[in-house]
Design a protein around this ligand. Sequence first.
Ligand SMILES: NC(=O)C1=CN([C@@H]2O[C@H](COP(=O)(O)OP(=O)(O)OC[C@H]3O[C@@H](n4cnc5c(N)ncnc54)[C@H](OP(=O)(O)O)[C@@H]3O)[C@@H](O)[C@H]2O)C=CC1
Ligand SMILES: CC[C@H]1OC(C)=C(O)C1=O
Length: 331
Amino acid sequence: VRANSQAAPASAEAAKAAGVPGEMKAWVYGEYGGVDVLKFDPKVSVPDVKEDQVLIKVAAAALNPVDAKRRQGKFKATDSPLPTVPGYDVAGVVVKVGSQVKELKEGDEVYGNINEKALEGPKQFGSFAEYTAVEEKLLALKPKNIDFVQAAGLPLAIETAYEGLERTGFSAGKSILVLGGAGGVGSLVIQLAKHVFGASRVAATSSTGKLEFLKSLGADLAIDYTKENFEDLPEKFDVVYDAVGQCDRAVKVIKEGGIVVALTGAVVPPGFRFVVSSNGEVLKKLNPYIESGKVKPIVDPKGLFPFSQVTEAFSYIETNRASGKVVIHPI
Ligand SMILES: NC(=O)C1=CN([C@@H]2O[C@H](COP(=O)(O)OP(=O)(O)OC[C@H]3O[C@@H](n4cnc5c(N)ncnc54)[C@H](OP(=O)(O)O)[C@@H]3O)[C@@H](O)[C@H]2O)C=CC1
Ligand SMILES: CC[C@H]1OC(C)=C(O)C1=O
């Protein structure tokens, strides 16, 4: 699979001169479908870096449900051309910088979500590879107190959590119900709401075995959805953050003037659809909370897969049972 159309002896020579190989190992799919379309390709051309991009030697990458939905063809109308190297989240080391890159330099340890618009033209050559090219503006320096595995699991989920909360106007003293509190996004919404935004009260839903986990993240009330319906409880909330697809039920438990942010599934007013944008400035703004330990990356222990097991990683996230993030390491 070639990352660019022309046979690139020049760029291959330039890359080699920079100590970067011309070809790399990567996971690729040439057609939409189930996990069986995923193929390991040892000879994918290393992407060229555009003027505003850096080339990252990938240390760890993380899966998001959007990776699976994209591979299934759910966003084919706005997708980049096939074949695709999947992967939005990356953590690694800068090995090459474009001519317009202003701050990052070779050797910097960085992390980020490589696709500025999640569904509109995501990069054809993503992070489930030995190298990936990313715009500087989508990246941040990795906090020193977390490793590449923890960093890789943050970008898309924490940008979704933070930007989604911002869009609801969430602020100190408000109450929130998080639907899907144990997932990659929900586990960060609970932490951000409680420890960054200053929520007066955080409630969240999960199955029985994850209730204590929700409380450990900062939830004041953990609701077992296998035993009760959150809409049957007397409590109403200023905001409901829906990471499950239960907007029709969520709107029944908001206060007068309250709002529902809906990540997936059908939306009913006053709910609204939110779609994440990648932005390095959001990561930079949240880095101090990560460095202080107020916000902790959650990596599902079952969800740490070596590069050879990307297919298994997809199968795991598609169970819809991951707690925190599914991470690929080592690459
Ligand atoms: N619009 C956007 O920009 C974005 C949308 N999304 C979407 O949001 C959803 C969540 O994403 P993400 O957190 O990464 O997903 P995950 O795969 O991390 O979510 C898995 C978690 O969901 C929980 N869960 C599943 N069903 C329910 C339920 N009925 N009630 C409560 N919890 C439940 C599971 O807990 P348990 O095992 O206890 O059921 C599990 O821990 C996905 O559909 C994703 O596509 C994500 C990011 C951005
Ligand atoms: C529009 C929802 C879609 O966008 C992202 C990033 C997902 O995970 C989705 O399901």
